[in-house]
Design a protein around this ligand. Structure first.
Ligand code: PEP
Ligand code: MN
Length: 362
């Protein structure tokens, strides 16, 4: 028994260190047969390092399947025994932590709906005190980096040494392409602030549908994520939760096989020299852009002065629409997206208004 425990412990540690780390399994554990068959088919692909399943499901509205509960934990335990794959489940309360650990769950994860609530995160963190188990923390459902960081801090303060991040996208009203908008820049900023922490991507909950999973997974790998967590099911259309986004273990293997795995770095001196040259060009252009923007703001201040002297308001809506329309038309020819132009002009506009306000108040 001791030997088995030790081997399993090192299997978890090996998986935790493996790059890319691939976690898969059903959104929810439904029946013993489903859990065991999924686990075995995933194992057979040779591409999966850890098995996931939701045991307690935080559903947006009552009445839908809210998870099989504690009775699913022995199924996961059995799946681990059959395949040798470490197992991970979502926990949101102290009782769930206790039950999961009782059934030898190797890695716990905190879901997006829990990360938003400091009371719940604290409850989970307190239950983890004195326990040596790796924890993955999903981003909160709303795009608030501080909440995500707060959750990491609470778990770290409880003494958990191995913490990883899962980027699963952010809910946004009226977004149609994704179930949860990826907002890649937020995950990149989170990584910048926690450079030593692993971050994996959850294309399933970002996409909410199968047809764009491959693209999102590839994008994450291109951005140098440490791995992926993707939902899989033996009969996806009949899944009791998240049916639209689940894929079979075999389809998962195909998808992973299609990914172009890039390296962050190569040793070649030639490559580094060429990259250095291009980066210098970019730095130089960025410098020039800053100079030009500063000039632009000086002109804005002159306009502000002129408006002030003539008792005219800072903002003239028509003028602003005219600037945007012209920019869209020109930008399109220059290969700049409408989204970029909107963001760029929003920022420039705000800065202009601030400069003009300064003049008005002087
Ligand atoms: C899940 O992984 O099944 C889940 C509930 O995800 P999230 O917390 O990202 O919504
Ligand atoms: Mn799910």
């Amino acid at each position: 028994m001791q030997a088995e425990t030790t081997t399993m412990e090192s299997a978890v540690q090996q998986a935790w260190k493996k790059r890319p780390l691939i976690i898969s399994g059903p959104c929810s554990a439904e029946t013993e047969e489903q859990v065991l068959e999924t686990a075995q088919r995933l194992k057979a692909t040779g591409k999966v390092d850890m098995l996931r399943a939701g045991i307690w499901k935080p559903r947006t509205r009552p009445g839908s399947f809210e998870g099989i509960g504690t009775k699913g934990l022995p199924w996961m335990q059995q799946a681990k025994k059959l395949t040798g794959l470490p197992i991970t489940v979502e926990v949101a309360t102290a009782k769930q932590v206790e039950d999961a650990l009782h059934f030898d769950v190797d890695v716990l994860w905190i879901g997006a709906r829990t990360t938003v609530n400091p009371f719940s995160v604290q409850e989970v963190a307190d239950a983890l005190r004195g326990v040596n188990v790796p924890v993955l923390i999903k981003n909160p459902i709303n795009p608030d980096l501080e909440l995500w960081i707060g959750a990491v801090e609470r778990v770290a303060k409880a003494g958990i040494k191995q913490i990883g991040l899962i980027h699963r996208g952010f809910s946004s009203y009226g977004n149609s392409e994704y179930r949860n908008a990826p907002m890649w820049h937020l995950a990149i900023e989170m990584k910048r602030r926690n450079p030593d922490m692993m971050i994996i991507n959850d294309p399933s909950h970002i996409c909410g549908r199968r047809d764009i999973l491959q693209d999102v997974a590839q994008k994450a790998i291109d951005l140098d994520y440490d791995g992926l967590i993707i939902e899989s099911h033996i009969d996806p259309d009949k899944a009791w939760s998240d049916a639209k986004q689940q894929i079979t273990p075999e389809r998962l293997a195909e998808m992973l096989g299609n990914i172009i795995w890039r390296r962050e770095d190569v040793a070649s001196a030639e490559y580094h020299a060429a990259l250095e040259k291009l980066r210098n060009q970019i730095n130089h252009l960025d410098d020039e852009l800053m100079q030009i923007l500063s000039e632009r703001m000086k002109v804005a201040e002159k306009i502000g002065q002129y408006k002030k002297e003539n008792n005219i308001t800072i903002l003239q809506t028509n003028r602003w629409n005219e600037i945007l329309e012209t920019a869209f038309a020109k930008g399109e020819k220059l290969g700049l997206s409408k989204e970029f132009i909107t963001k760029y002009f929003d920022a420039v506009h705000l800065e202009s208004i601030n400069h003009q306000t300064k003049v008005f108040n002087s």
